[in-house]
Design a protein around this ligand. Structure first.
Ligand code: SF4
Length: 406
């Protein structure tokens, strides 16, 4: 985690002035040092954090508990908010809210707020799915973010501010955020220092104050990142985007599998479950005729049999430029039955907000515009050929994506 006093930390695109750091991303040590250097008493840090995370003011100028000179200095050095809400689309009868945010350098990221009404004795939940990078280097071919490619890592404040935005909307409606999942744009464990800084702020009782058990970090299988998370100790939930239990197929669906194959990923996840006592959540996007076969269900049952794990089966969201579609529900139910027969807890999830493009990266992809038709045709035929070869058990000869596991 970066403990140094920041100056201007948001990387700017060429020709764009670097923006000052966001207040919500400052560690307590950095904020305390900055205040001390200005001769301010230590309780000012609490006042700043109450204003940043309390949701009752929307600018540094409005923080009435601080003297005017300090407000002026804070506003010169930091930003109260690092995101602009560019688009907000509501669907599923109000149960899903998809936000597109513009960052200071023009990069676009997304967050999705999902409401789950109370039922069968369980309280209502409001879960926010947030982004950790603008774009993604991993390049999963069923994912709209993967199509966009990698833009840049998000700063800690840009991650935390997605939560502050959603929380403000919820507070306005008399509700509060109950869960946060790092399953939006990007691979969180490839931006781990900033993600850990954000988790620290979200978990800290003096800042956002959400319990560790309500925070889920998802990964497509960055093994050193999983091991680092495990070594830290707190009981965050780990979710692994598995998608396939056979290496030849996972090489195609999650290209970093060529760097860290299934056995290494699952071994790291098992160690995490043992160390934290937390059940591992495995996510499987169900793609018709690609990873939903009896062969794949059997391989997954063999792989996870006896583990402290839960599998979520999610029908693929429609993504432009892939030749694939979601598995039909009877096929998903058959897959789930195979896992359950092996004693593996399995849930079939509904995908949220299809009509507003709720899969991560779809709004940003919409803004990026259409790629050239020949490129799309080449991509489609390559995926058809690769998934057919994977069914025959052939491993990919392609290298892992650039920037992954260097
Ligand atoms: S599914 Fe996740 S890891 Fe894969 S390309 Fe999309 S954002 Fe990246």
């Amino acid at each position: 985690m970066n403990r140094s006093v920041p100056t201007a930390i948001v990387a700017a695109s060429p020709g764009v002035e670097p923006a000052p750091p966001g207040l919500s991303g400052l560690s307590p040590e950095v904020l305390a040092t900055w205040l001390r250097e200005r001769g301010e008493p230590s309780y000012r840090a609490r006042q700043v954090n109450e204003a940043v995370f309390g949701g009752s003011v929307s600018s540094i100028e409005e923080i009435a508990t601080l003297p005017g000179a300090l407000r002026h200095d804070l506003a010169s050095a930091f930003r109260f908010d690092t995101l602009e809400e560019t688009d907000l689309r509501i669907t599923d009868g109000g149960l899903t809210e998809k936000a597109l945010h513009t960052l200071a350098d023009g990069a676009l990221i997304e967050s999705v707020l999902m409401h789950y009404p109370a039922r069968r004795g369980a309280r209502e939940r409001h879960t926010l799915c947030i982004s950790s990078q603008a774009g993604c280097a991993v390049g999963c071919p069923f994912c709209a973010t993967g199509e966009l490619g990698f833009g840049r890592d998000l700063q800690t404040a840009e991650i935390v501010d997605q939560v502050r935005h959603a929380s403000r909307r919820l507070i306005g409606a008399g509700r509060r955020l109950t869960n946060i999942v790092f399953m939006g744009m990007g691979e969180p464990l490839l931006n781990l220092d900033r993600v850990l800084g954000a988790i620290e702020a979200l978990n800290d009782a003096h800042r956002f104050g959400l319990g560790a058990r309500h925070i889920t970090v998802s990964t497509s299988g960055v093994v050193p990142g999983i091991r680092r998370l495990t070594a830290l100790g707190p009981q965050f939930t780990l979710a692994v985007s598995l998608h396939a239990a056979r290496d030849p197929l996972r090489d195609v669906l999650v290209p970093l599998n060529r760097r860290w194959p299934i056995a290494e990923v699952v071994a790291a996840a098992r160690d995490h479950a043992r160390a934290t006592g937390r059940r591992i959540s495995y996510e499987v996007t169900m793609i018709s005729g690609v990873n939903d076969t009896d062969l794949d269900a059997g391989a997954m049952a063999d792989l996870l049999h006896g583990d402290h794990a839960h599998v979520n089966l999610i029908p693929m969201n429609p993504v432009a430029h892939t030749p694939w579609t979601a598995s039909p529900m009877p096929v998903i139910e058959r897959f789930a039955a195979t896992l359950e027969a092996a004693g593996i807890q399995t849930t079939i999830r509904r995908n949220r907000g299809q009509e507003v493009g709720a899969a991560c990266g779809q709004l940003a992809a919409e803004r990026a515009g259409e790629p050239p038709v020949p490129a799309v045709a080449r991509r489609r035929s390559r995926l058809i050929a690769e998934s057919a070869a994977a069914l025959l058990g052939e491993r990919s000869h392609e290298p892992a994506p650039a920037g992954v596991g260097d």
